[in-house]
Design a protein around this ligand. Structure first.
Ligand code: NAD
Length: 280
């Protein structure tokens, strides 16, 4: 029961044949797993990256293998460079993708990062950078995707990568907490504004997932055990488990779901400190 789920390939269908998806920050971690999973389910994917093009190429290769292995043939997967916080680069990224495909059905706003600092000493440039990438970047990309969805007469979906820290405060990570809190109302506001046009906007809220963002503790047995001890399901999550939730939300299986955040966190949002009753 406590084994991590990395190979889910035998269990999932091909729900995204004929769909086109752009995944931001897809050169590693959750973004990579999402791009690969969408490709495995039949979608054509654009792998956005900001640096380390070699890693984006690796994601691209995995997406190609994933779609061909599952019988979807050679899909027109592509890598596309852009800093999601840069308005011009985001515009150019969408121009490139739309010129190539002439359509987009799904945007995954995944790019993000965090940095620890006591809040009273948080450097203002760092603060602005985190909000710019994690929250404003998602807004810039959403605007471009929505403009396309509306221009073609509706339909399409946006899936934001939020966090358990959308609702659980994270002391020492003020900008990150604010950015993920903002994700909630970004998701809900856009969902309501565009629902009548058949455009769905949802979010995934990962818990503690085994990706490079957590390099400070994933490779250290003691720290990892400490993290795990707080997780009701008793283990860290995998990028593939997150990707499964994104794929569901991108698919017609989620056709009646909009404005929601699905927490994929092993129970972290269940107030684990209340496992034993101490309050009454
Ligand atoms: P990661 O560090 O492996 O991946 C983050 C990706 O975002 C990288 O590919 C990075 O290059 C990209 N990125 C950063 N700044 C960018 C920019 N300006 N433009 C474009 N891309 C940029 O970490 P991850 O865990 O895969 O994180 C992915 C998302 O999941 C983030 O939004 C993160 O906040 C969220 N998340 C992760 C966890 C976790 O435990 N791993 C938990 C909750 C939420």
């Amino acid at each position: 029961m406590l084994m991590p789920k990395t190979d889910l390939s035998s269990a999932f269908p091909s729900r995204l044949v004929g769909r086109y998806a752009l995944v931001t920050g897809a050169s590693q971690g959750i973004g990579r797993a999402v791009a690969v999973r969408l490709a495995q389910e039949g979608a054509t994917v654009a792998v956005n990256y900001v640096d380390h093009p070699g890693k984006a190429e690796e994601t691209l290769a995995l997406a190609r293998t994933g779609s061909s292995d599952r019988g979807h043939g050679k899909l027109d997967h592509v890598i596309v460079k852009a800093d999601v916080s840069n308005e011009q680069e985001v515009a150019a990224m969408f121009e490139t993708v739309l010129a190539r495909w002439n359509r987009l059905d799904c945007l995954v706003n995944n790019a993000g990062f965090q940095q620890e600092s006591p809040s009273e000493a948080l450097d203002v440039d760092t603060y602005r950078r985190i909000i710019d990438v994690n929250l404003n970047g998602a807004v810039l990309c959403a605007q471009k995707a929505l403009a396309h969805f509306v221009a073609r007469g509706g339909a399409g979906c946006i899936i934001n990568c939020s966090s358990v820290h959308q609702s659980i405060p994270k002391p020492g990570y003020l900008a990150y907490s604010i950015s993920k809190g903002g994700m909630a109302n970004l998701t809900r506001t856009l969902a309501l504004e565009f629902a009548a046009r058949g455009i769905r906007v949802n979010a995934v809220g990962p818990g503690a997932i085994d990706t490079p963002i957590n390099a400070a503790w994933t490779g250290d047995t003691g720290k990892r055990d400490l993290v795990t001890s707080h997780i009701p399901l008793g283990r860290v999550g995998t990028p593939e488990e997150m990707a499964a939730v994104f794929a569901f939300l991108a698919s017609d299986d989620a056709s009646y779901i909009t404005g929601q955040t699905i927490y994929a966190c092993g129970g972290l949002t269940l107030f684990p400190e209340f496992r034993e009753n101490w309050a009454s």
